[in-house]
Design a binder for this molecule. Structure first.
Ligand SMILES: [Zn+2]
Ligand SMILES: [Zn+2]
Length: 321
C-alpha cells in the first residue's frame, strides 16, 4: 500500500506492507488525513520515531479482528493513544490511555500512523463520525479534542476573562472551541488575516501590538510556542489566575518564574483530550474549521504537502488517500 514514511528522511513508499489487525483491532481505510506540527517535528527527530507518520485521519472500518463487528462499514476517527490495558494500570482503568506508561501512540510512538491507505487501531479508541459532520470537519477532531481538554481540566466561570495568545492553528482552534463552549474569549495574534477567521465566527480578536499588557485576565492560554509568548502570557495573568500552557514551549532560555510565586498563579499543562466532547461539538455545527484548510494534496504528492506545511502562512494541509 501507499504510505508516508519517516526513516531518517521523509519518503513516499508505494509498496509498504498492508497492516493486519491484531486481536481487538480494526483495519481502517483512510479517506482524509491532516498534517500536524507534531508530524513536522518528527521529521526533525522528535521522539526518535521511525515508521508511517500521521495521527489525524478519517476513514472507513473494513475489518475487525474480534467478535463485535458493529464498526464494520462505519466512518470513524481514532484517538491517538492506546494503553497496556493491564488490570492494575490506574491510567487505563480511567481510559486515560495517553498517560499510560506503556502506551502506543499513532504515528508518534510504537505504532504506525495513518498517512497510508490503511492503518489499524484498537476498537475501543475508535469513534463513529456523526452523519452531518463532513470528512473535512472530522479530520480536525484531534486538535479540537485537545482544545476541549481545557474545560475538562479547568472550570471557567461565566464572569471570568479569558484570553488566548497565538493565531496559528493551535490558537485559532482553541479560541473557536472556547467560544463555541460559550466562554467569553479574546484571541490575540500578529496576523490580521488569521484573526479574521476567528472573528468571522464571533470571537473577539486583537492584534498583539494593540494589546495592553496588564495583569487582568483570569485565564490565559499560551498557544504561541515561543518564549516571548510565554512571557507575555505570564504578564497578562491576574494574581491567583490560571496560565494554561498549550504549546510545548521548548524552554531553552532562562526566564523569570518569580511572578508565578508572587501572584500565586496556577500553571496548567494541557495536551490531548477525549474525542466524545469534540464530536458532539462538531455535530452541533457551532464550529467551522473549513477556513483553516490551506491546501489539499493527493497522497502521491505527500512530500509537496509537507513542503507546503512548512510555509509560514499555511494553516492546515490535508492529504487525500
Ligand atoms: Zn495533531
Ligand atoms: Zn496502561
Amino acid at each position: 500500500m501507499k504510505a508516508v514514511v519517516f526513516d531518517k528522511e521523509l519518503k513516499l513508499v508505494n509498496d509498504y506492507e498492508k497492516p493486519v489487525p491484531q486481536k481487538g483491532e480494526a483495519l481502517i481505510r483512510v479517506t482524509l488525513a491532516g498534517i500536524c506540527n507534531t508530524d513536522f517535528e518528527i521529521t526533525k527527530g522528535y521522539m526518535g520515531y521511525k515508521g508511517i507518520l500521521g495521527h489525524e485521519a478519517v476513514g472507513i472500518v473494513e475489518e475487525v479482528n474480534g467478535p463485535d463487528k458493529s464498526l464494520v462499514g462505519k466512518r470513524v476517527v481514532s484517538e491517538i493513544s492506546y494503553g497496556c490495558k493491564e488490570p492494575d494500570c490506574p491510567y487505563c482503568a480511567q481510559k486515560l490511555y495517553r498517560h499510560c506508561p506503556n502506551r502506543h501512540t499513532l504515528g508518534i510512538w510504537r505504532k504506525d500512523g495513518c498517512f497510508a491507505e490503511y492503518f489499524t487501531m484498537p476498537t475501543e479508541v475508535l469513534f463513529e463520525v456523526p452523519q452531518n459532520v463532513t470528512d473535512e470537519q472530522a479530520v480536525f477532531v484531534e486538535p479540537l479534542a485537545a482544545a476541549c481538554e481545557i474545560t475538562e481540566q479547568l472550570h471557567i466561570k461565566p464572569f471570568e476573562k479569558v484570553i488566548v495568545l497565538g493565531d496559528g492553528k493551535l490558537g485559532l482552534i482553541t479560541a473557536l472551541t472556547l467560544n463555541a463552549q460559550n466562554i467569553d474569549v479574546i484571541l490575540v495574534g500578529k496576523h490580521q488575516n488569521k484573526l479574521d477567521i476567528a472573528r468571522a465566527q464571533g470571537v473577539e480578536t486583537k492584534l498583539l501590538q494593540d494589546l495592553k499588557v496588564e495583569k487582568t485576565y483570569d485565564v490565559v492560554v499560551e498557544a504561541t510556542g515561543s518564549i516571548s509568548g510565554f512571557e507575555t502570557a505570564l504578564a497578562l495573568t491576574k494574581p491567583r489566575g490560571t496560565l494554561v500552557l498549550k504549546s510545548t514551549v521548548a524552554a531553552s532560555k532562562e526566564f523569570n518564574l518569580a511572578p508565578i510565586v508572587i501572584d500565586e498563579i496556577t500553571v496548567l499543562g494541557s495536551r490531548c483530550g477525549q474525542f466524545g466532547a469534540a464530536l458532539r461539538l462538531l455535530k452541533s455545527g457551532k464550529v467551522d474549521f473549513s477556513p483553516l484548510i490551506s491546501a489539499r494534496f493527493k497522497a502521491d504528492d505527500a512530500i509537496e504537502a509537507f513542503e507546503k506545511n512548512k510555509e509560514k502562512e499555511t494553516l492546515k494541509v490535508l492529504l487525500e488517500f
